[in-house]
Design a binder for this molecule. Structure first.
Ligand SMILES: N[C@@H](CCC(=O)N[C@@H](CS)C(=O)NCC(=O)O)C(=O)O
Length: 292
């Protein structure tokens, strides 16, 4: 069954997944979601997780790019997102593109928007990000010089990894780590011209972005919800009632029964009016799992 990606074009984390779909050459359903809340259809699908992107395969819902790429790798193993010699080390490399490194890229990407006179659209964007993530435009503007410097330092680190002439960060083949770090450059280019990217990085980023997006097939949110309703989740069973929220976010928590967990992530079963029974999969990274 083809995957369905719930995303919007400008989302950098969605770009990472689109590149993974390109690397694997997969045909996928493309549902466009708003960049700010409310997102009623996405909320109906996930039970509350409203970050971007989310992937759905039938009645299985994958929140966060880590859970999404694990699901893609499990179902479409070739070509792998975890080529040797780095193997699963690619996942750790991708995690390093989050957190402070991602905030540095946000500084480069959205700095010009924060410095410009507000429009109704940008004001709505900042209000959403302030309410959900505590990102205040004044505080963000004050941080911009430090964020731009931190991003330049990060680019030097990547340059160091590519200095021996290897085509990709882990060697001869592209992997999850390449997609995550090239996504940062793709996003940063929205705020600062790509020419600022130095010689070893520019051809590497171009190679990674040339993987493309596979074959997207537009569909509506309502069609995606109907597909979830028509399918059964891949994991069934019973378990304790739990609640999942994300560190540093005021987004609504997802509640359900914990039916599976392993070293990489965990799965909740929940029932929703519009989707029936769905399995919602999360990575461990960044999630706060609590019993209710
Ligand atoms: N750790 C998450 C990060 C996702 C993330 O922060 N996405 C941004 C957009 S790229 C987001 O959710 N912004 C708020 C929104 O889109 O509503 C992942 O890997 O998927």
């Amino acid at each position: 069954m083809r995957p369905i990606l719930h995303h919007y074009a400008a989302s950098p984390w969605a770009e990472l997944v689109r590149l993974a779909l390109g690397l694997k050459g997969i045909a996928w359903g493309s549902v466009e979601v708003p960049a700010i809340c409310p997102k009623p259809e996405q909320e109906a699908l996930t039970g509350g997780y409203v970050r971007t992107p989310v992937m759905q395969i039938g009645a299985d819902v994958f929140c966060d790019t880590l859970a999404i790429l694990d699901a893609l790798e499990a179902r479409w193993p070739e070509p792998t997102l975890y080529p040797e010699p780095l193997g699963r080390g690619h996942r750790a490399l991708a995690i390093e593109a989050g957190g402070a490194t991602f905030l540095a890229a946000v500084g480069v990407a959205l700095g010009p928007m924060a410095e410009a006179a507000p429009t109704p659209e940008t004001a709505a964007f900042w209000a959403d990000r302030e309410r959900r993530f505590g990102l205040k435009p004044e505080a963000f503007r004050a941080m911009l010089p430090a964020l731009r410097e931190a991003f330049a330092t990060h680019l030097e680190r990547l340059e160091g990894m590519l200095a021996d002439g290897r085509p990709y960060l882990g060697g001869d083949a592209p992997g999850h780590g390449d997609l995550a770090h090239a996504m940062l450059l793709w996003f940063a280019a929205r705020g600062a011209p790509v020419e600022t990217v130095s010689e070893p990085l520019a051809p590497w980023a171009a190679r990674v972005l040339a993987l493309g997006h596979g074959a997207p097939q537009p569909m509506s949110g309502a069609e995606a919800l109907a597909e979830a309703r028509a399918c059964a989740p891949s994991v069934l069973g019973d378990g304790p009632r739990v609640r999942v929220s994300q560190a540093g976010s005021a987004d609504p928590p997802v509640e359900g029964r914990l039916v599976h967990e392993d070293a990489d992530g965990f799965t909740l079963l929940r029932e929703g009016d519009e989707v029936g029974l769905v399995a919602v999969h999360f990575p461990r990274e960044g999630q706060i799992l609590a019993r209710v």
